[in-house]
Design a protein around this ligand. Structure first.
Ligand code: ADP
Ligand code: MG
Length: 251
């Protein structure tokens, strides 16, 4: 079942075409990997479809509703939220209160928002840190908190922007486990931007590749990993068998 349909989405920043006529279809329950070199337009795509940025033209249909003219909070209420590549916790609030911000999308009752925050903290494994200051958190915890705040909005679709960037291999492994549980247990659909191919390939049912704002490929992880266009634009000497990207063309 189609949950998200993006049609001919365009976004220009001066001379830069950040999104060039992007079409994308995401089905209910899928995990879709969104990859491409730095500057390809991945974060811009997330920003535009959640109305942090206005598109120049194009259409976004979410759960059968055209999002044209809707604000970010209205889109969150419909069930689509994003996380940020650079985490954005509210420093004046503790961990639990940050998660309550997500819950307030659907309720103005403090007691209910608090209950949702506790349940979410339990799900993401941060219960014992509920009253921590943000400054006491590791980067991995901040990223986890960002996911928690998204979860507290009761989403149908979460857009994860590089939640594993900067994490140790063991922290990344925990993040992958959390993503799988979000998909399996909560039945939430996800679009994931990630540079580590060993992570994104096994996690995703479908991979979409952006380059200079345009979608250059779409398919199963295997199809994409052997696509010459994708190899030359992004993957470089990627080993399709082992799933290991041998050379990082983006750094
Ligand atoms: P990615 O997330 O794939 O690395 P971005 O979406 O951040 O790429 O950026 C796509 C292009 O748009 C880049 O060329 C970037 O410099 C440009 N860009 C992104 N955001 C802005 C902005 N707010 N103002 C001007 N240019 C921007
Ligand atoms: Mg980005």
């Amino acid at each position: 079942m189609g949950l998200l349909q993006i049609r001919e989405l365009n976004k220009r920043f001066g001379g830069v075409k950040a999104l060039d006529c992007v079409d994308l279809e995401v089905n209910q329950g899928e995990i879709v990997g969104l990859i491409g070199p730095n500057g390809a337009g991945k974060s811009t795509l997330f920003a535009v479809i959640t109305a942090y940025l206005k598109s120049d033209n194009g259409n976004v249909i979410f759960n059968g509703i055209n999002l044209q003219g809707l604000r970010t909070d209205q889109i969150a209420k419909l069930g689509m939220v994003r996380t940020f590549q650079i985490v954005r916790p509210i420093k004046e609030m503790n961990v639990r209160e940050n998660i309550m911000v997500g819950a307030f999308i659907n309720t103005n009752k403090v007691s209910l928002a608090n209950k949702i925050a506790y349940e979410t903290l339990d799900f993401i494994g941060m219960s014992e840190k509920s009253e921590y200051n943000i400054s006491a958190l590791t980067l991995a915890d901040k990223k986890r908190l960002e996911v928690g705040r998204a979860l507290a909005t009761s989403p149908k679709l979460i857009l994860l922007d590089e939640v594993m960037a900067g994490l140790t291999p063991s922290e990344s492994h925990d993040a992958v486990k959390l993503i799988r549980r979000i998909n399996d247990e909560l039945k939430i659909t996800l679009i994931i931007v990630e540079h580590v191919m060993e992570v994104i390939m096994p996690l995703s049912k479908k991979i979409v590749v952006l380059d200079y704002g345009a979608k250059i490929a779409e398919g199963t992880p295997h199809e994409v990993s052997i696509n010459p266009l994708v190899i030359s634009a992004y993957l470089g000497s990627f080993d399709a068998k082992s799933g290991v990207k041998l050379h990082d063309s983006t750094s």
